[in-house]
Ligand binder design. Structure first.
Ligand code: C2E
Ligand code: CA
Ligand code: CA
Ligand code: CA
Length: 273
């Protein structure tokens, strides 16, 4: 176990840009990871009002034959510097649509969320891709939640709106991820056809101990309610945090309090043994 930890540290340094040679190695290995079936879908539950499971967020993992299970923080940022992220995201979107196709008859779970990188969203055929994957899998578009970030808006704004509007018309939902960590989140709320904001875990962490964070989260929720947006709180770890959120309204909770990310097969067995 010690050795494995050691090699992970080397891997991490490389991702952080230690040497160009290392970056190339990881990019090459990641490309192979897709074709050699080393990517894994993990899921983390989302509970409405902290009391009723409504869905999951899909989170990627890389099961490396030598290095073990690698968290996305170790390879997604590097993948995002090139079109490699498009291939990774496409793999995940495919897996998510197939999961939704299988879940369709389950009444209890209404949604699966998936992270969409800006570069993926910006592909000219993004809307076509989503349509194709939904129809091939037989998934209900209304159960798909695409988690996007502010980074999206760096591109052609009119194009972003057009794509979101087209997908929204099919029933697909959009969630603004990492809300509050960017620069002009409030302005985007007004202009983008989104259904939901996801308050970043860095704000939830200290809501019960830091009055400033508490005030911020209260304000964000108030604004979202005025705009009729669903709110998801990420990183809920304690019953106290859950109680705080419940006082603000019907929020979807996600965090270790309800479950850690787990392999999708394991989760499927749990919900229908
Ligand atoms: P994110 O979208 O903000 O996802 C939430 C992260 O918080 C996840 O980390 C999750 O495991 C972690 N988390 C959830 N609940 C708790 C909690 O109660 N406490 C704490 N401390 N952490 C919690 P993870 O799985 O390591 O993912 C990291 C990031 O990688 C994600 O952040 C997302 O930006 C990115 N990512 C993951 N999967 C994909 C993917 O398929 N495509 C793309 N483009 N990005 C992905
Ligand atoms: Ca997310
Ligand atoms: Ca986040
Ligand atoms: Ca994110």
């Amino acid at each position: 176990a010690k050795l494995e930890g050691g090699s992970r540290i080397i891997f991490f340094k490389a991702v952080m840009g230690e040497t160009i040679k290392e970056r190339y190695r990881i990019e090459r290995e990641l490309r192979h990871a897709i074709t050699r079936n080393q990517l894994r879908m993990y899921v983390q539950p989302q509970w409405e009002g902290g009391c009723k499971p409504v869905g999951v967020e899909a989170l990627i993992r890389w099961e490396h034959p030598q290095r073990g299970l690698i968290l996305p923080g170790m390879f997604i940022p590097l993948a995002e510097t090139s079109d490699l992220i498009v291939a990774v995201d496409r793999w995940m979107l495919d897996a998510v649509c197939r999961l939704l196709g299988r879940l369709e008859r389950d009444q209890q779970l209404t949604r699966v969320s998936v992270n969409i990188s800006p570069r993926h969203f910006q592909q000219p055929d993004f809307v076509e891709e989503v349509k194709r994957k939904l129809s091939l899998s037989g998934a209900d578009p209304a159960q798909l939640v695409l988690e996007v970030t502010e980074g999206l808006v760096i591109g052609d704004f009119a194009d972003v709106i057009a794509k979101m509007t087209e997908l929204r018309a099919m029933g697909v939902h959009f969630s603004m991820d990492d809300f509050g960590t960017g620069y002009s989140s409030l302005a985007y709320l007004k202009r983008l056809p989104i259904h939901e904001i996801k308050i970043d875990k860095s704000f939830i962490q200290d809501i019960t101990t830091n009055p400033n964070d508490a005030a911020l989260v209260e304000s964000i929720v108030a604004v979202a309610q005025h705009l009729h947006l669903q709110v998801v709180a990420e990183g809920v770890e304690t019953p106290e945090q859950a109680a705080f959120l419940n006082r603000l309204g019907t929020i979807i909770h996600q965090g270790y309090l309800y479950g850690r990310p787990q392999p999708v097969e394991q989760w499927l067995e749990q919900i229908s043994p």
